[in-house]
Design a protein around this ligand. Structure first.
Ligand SMILES: [Zn+2]
Length: 75
């Protein structure tokens, strides 16, 4: 099984939509537990990382830097 990649600030889609009908969550805290915030109603929940990885469907928008910056390491 491929390992899911996600970063702080990413917008992710969960397998089950939030009760408010929105299925987009923003990762607002990362650690042993992950805190995600519903984009629709701004409600946030803290869930164990393992459970988050299981329930997360995919990353919709990544907060990672643009790739054009990556080739510019040498100064
Ligand atoms: Zn919601």
């Amino acid at each position: 099984m491929e390992r899911k990649q996600f970063e702080l600030g990413d917008i992710v889609q969960m397998k089950k939509p939030h009760p408010c009908g929105t299925n987009e969550m923003e990762i607002i805290r990362m650690g042993m537990d992950i805190r995600i915030k519903c984009v629709g109603c701004k409600h946030s929940v803290l869930i164990p990382r393992a459970k988050f990885e299981k329930n997360m469907k995919k990353v919709l928008r990544s907060n990672a830097p643009q790739s054009d910056v990556a080739g510019n390491i040498e100064d």
